[in-house]
Write a protein that binds this ligand. Structure first.
Ligand code: BGC
Length: 743
């Protein structure tokens, strides 16, 4: 009886499109749907179902619309409502794909799932990178995956890992900084966390998608070795660690070819050299021709945004005409199905689940607390003295909350504690992105968090609109804290590194009135700090997420000892950048624009500064603490790679976390600067820990295009422990043997 019911369920009860049957155990079921045996490998199950599929059914898996009402298009039937939808197959019990953005939380674009559907908003990914803590990345990813699953979504369009090549890029807040090791590890762990909940994650945007100016027409020009050693290496590491079910290709061109029809990137590098078995999905509106399919793109996403749904009728016609082999359709469908089986999508009935928002807010808060970077602290002005009597809080909507980045990744409807209201500051703009361009202030107000902690003091608030009145408010205070922000988001870059909205003038006026001024930066990027010499402390709080106000207050008061480190190099101004003017400035929106990455090549960020002997304002890896750390006992081993051990000691009076950073500083060919290992350690006052770091040999090598592999020259390799990429404090060296490693 039981097996009959199960068979009926499997064979008949899948009338609702996209509803998968439960995993089968019974004999009838096994006979009719052998791919439902969950003990078989994902690859085997994909093979079994593929054998039953018609060409139409295969092609149906390879394209889909946006999952929201858009222009003349209605919400696709059966879609839950999110960024994208690939319909399921009732005959075979294939669940639909319900694709949602992104790394910072589960989005609800245009409230498509209703205004009551909220999500936890993590800090920006750049903030995550500043934690230098892969465990936090994993936990945050797991939280995002759990919320996606609770909403019956099953693909998270997360894993942004494009290297920060320009500090004006509007989307840097969605990425994980300038270094391939740090970025690859942090994105990889976040993806691993998401997928641990049975959700498919992407890694994106493949590749070299380094700016938003003319993002559909910008051509990233770079040599093969430089690409492999920088941006592609970040992807490679993220894929190795996270094993994402999907890779999202990018809008831009690379060396003259669109990212989503780039045979070399998709077929040669990703699927060939790296042996990637998942599927490549397009970015929304990034497909220009059917040729993309042969070039390695497996799925056309957000298809209404393209000129044509290439991966439907035109694909079928090409197969019928014999210009595209059926084997390639099988390959693409196999890739999609394998990722679905691996995530367990065939083995569970999607069901709405309750979300423990309080527990998730804690995860967001811990991430923010570990991410905040203390950039400057003159005369130990921070932490705020417990006996401060008058504190003037100024600007940045600090009475309402903390800002977030805009665009498709924005959690527009963050979960809020009862009574909390959302402040939205519209940015206006034109076109599709305008709908996503309100700056949402997550309702976690630094002002109330500070008032909570200084109950007996007078904590005033001035909104900072008029520098004169803000200065008057600061004048008589023990301490002035100026909150400033930079709106930043998808679809546009900052035109310069200057803080907008007259905030430099505000800081100058306040600092002139009271030298005990603390500036809290809430930005998507590094910005020019022309007043740095005039203020006491500078705190980089990034976009701090759901509990940002609380996290900032805890760092300012010393309840939390700051331990964030910069995942980027902070230029003194635009003139130090490889491209002082961002390419595309002044160009028509659809004009072709060349973005010349051959200037810095693989020397992104600190490597550029080291190569050019430039001194930035702050190096990659910089960040102060309320305690101090010392290092001794460095030991280095060579051979096939470098292994270094060092003892780190908390030499101060407070507990604190240190990021141990191991750099390559020289090789047989000359001087070099590369992060080759890092670890974050938590130390009580006086406590020591021995840390051992082993370099991924690719970080010591050069990519040799002649031999198609990573080449390590034999000889002495110089390494050092640095407190940032420009400040080495203890060094050593070891000999490596000659090697060539596969790409
Ligand atoms: C973005 C992607 C995003 C997609 C779906 C595009 O505009 O570039 O990152 O995943 O939209 O919302």
């Amino acid at each position: 009886m039981k097996s009959l019911r199960l068979a009926a369920l499997l064979l008949g009860a899948t009338a609702v499109l996209g509803t998968p049957p439960l995993a089968a155990q019974g004999e009838t079921a096994v006979a009719s749907r052998p791919w439902m045996v969950s003990t078989l490998s994902a690859e085997r199950r994909a093979e079994l179902i593929l054998a039953q599929m018609t060409i139409d059914e295969k092609i149906a898996l390879l394209h889909g619309p946006m999952a929201m009402p858009f222009g003349p298009y209605e919400m696709p039937e059966g879609a839950i409502g999110s960024a994208g939808h690939i319909p399921g197959n009732a005959r075979l019990g294939i669940p639909s794909l319900e694709e949602s953005d992104a790394s910072l939380g589960v989005t609800n674009p245009m409230m498509v799932r209703g205004a009551e559907d909220m999500s936890t908003a993590l800090p920006s990914s750049l903030a995550l990178a500043a934690t230098f803590d892969p465990v936090i990345a994993y936990k945050g990813g797991r939280m995002v995956g759990a919320e996606a699953r609770a909403k019956m979504l099953n693909v998270q369009l997360a894993g942004g890992v494009n290297l920060l090549r320009d500090p004006r890029n509007g989307r840097n807040f969605e990425y994980v900084g300038e270094d391939p090791l740090l970025a690859g590890v942090m994105a990889g762990e976040s993806i691993r966390g998401i997928q641990s909940t049975g959700i498919i994650s992407t890694v994106k945007h493949f590749a070299l998608n380094g700016q938003e100016h003319n993002r559909m027409t910008a051509d990233s020009v770079i040599g093969e070795a430089a690409a492999r050693e920088s941006d592609l290496l970040a992807f490679q590491i993220a894929i190795e660690r996270g094993d994402p079910g999907s890779v999202m290709c990018s809008y831009n061109l690379v060396n003259g070819v669109y990212g989503c029809q780039h045979d070399w990137l998709l077929n040669t590098v990703l699927k060939g050299d790296w042996g990637y078995k998942g599927f490549v999905m397009s970015d929304w509106g990034a497909v220009h021709e059917l040729g993309a399919f042969t070039a390695g793109l497996d799925q056309q996403s957000g298809e209404q945004l393209d000129k044509q749904v290439w991966f439907d009728k035109p694909l079928k016609e090409a197969v019928a005409a014999g210009t595209i082999p059926v084997a390639r359709v099988d390959d693409a469908a196999r890739r999609v199905l394998t990722a679905m089986f691996a995530a367990g999508l065939f083995d569970r009935e999607p069901a709405k689940e309750a979300i423990d928002f309080l527990a998730h807010a804690q995860i967001a808060q811990q991430e923010a607390e570990d991410a905040i970077v203390l950039l400057q602290n003159r005369n130990g002005i921070l932490p705020i003295a417990a006996n401060a009597r008058r504190i003037a809080v100024i600007g940045g909507h600090a009475d309402a909350g903390v800002p977030s980045g805009t665009g498709s990744s924005q959690v527009t409807n963050p979960w809020r504690e009862p009574g909390a209201t959302l402040r939205n500051v519209p940015l206006g703009g034109e076109g599709m992105m305008a709908a996503w361009s309100n700056v949402v202030f997550h309702p976690s107000a630094p002002l109330s968090a500070l008032r909570e902690r200084f109950k007996d003091a007078q904590v005033s608030f001035n909104n900072g609109t008029y520098p004169e009145s803000a200065a008057a408010a600061a004048q008589d205070a023990d301490l002035a804290i100026v909150f400033v922000y930079q709106p930043s988001g998808e679809g546009s870059d900052a035109p310069s590194m200057n803080l907008p909205l007259g905030q430099d003038a505000l800081i100058k006026a306040v600092a002139a009135a009271n030298p005990n001024t603390v500036v809290v930066l809430q930005t998507g990027n590094p910005v020019n700090l022309p007043w740095a010499g005039k203020v006491g402390a500078i705190v980089q709080a990034w976009y701090a997420g759901q509990r940002g106000g609380e996290a900032i207050a805890r760092v300012l008061t010393g309840e939390v000892n700051p331990s964030g480190r910069l995942p980027l190099t902070w230029a003194r101004d635009e003139n130090q950048l490889p491209r002082p003017v961002i390419p595309g400035t002044g160009a028509a929106p659809d004009a072709p624009v060349k973005v010349d990455y051959t200037i810095e090549g693989s020397d992104v960020g600190y490597r550029w500064f080291a190569r050019q002997r430039l001194s930035p304002l702050y190096w990659f890896g910089h960040g102060l603490s309320y305690t101090s750390f010392g290092y001794d006992g460095l030991e280095v081993k060579g051979g096939k790679t470098i292994t270094a051990s060092v003892t780190v000691t908390n030499t101060g009076e407070r507990a604190g976390k240190e990021v141990v950073q191991l750099y390559l500083t020289g090789r047989p060919g000359g001087s070099e600067r590369r992060l080759i290992g890092f670890d974050k350690v938590d130390l009580a006052p006086g406590e020591s820990k021995r840390v051992t770091l082993t370099a991924d040999p690719r970080l010591l090598a050069d990519y040799d295009t002649g031999r198609s592999g990573w080449k390590i020259a034999p000889g002495a390799y110089e390494i050092a422990i640095g407190t940032d990429a420009g400040t080495m404090i203890t060094s050593g060296s070891a000999r490596l043997t000659a090697q060539t490693l596969r790409p």
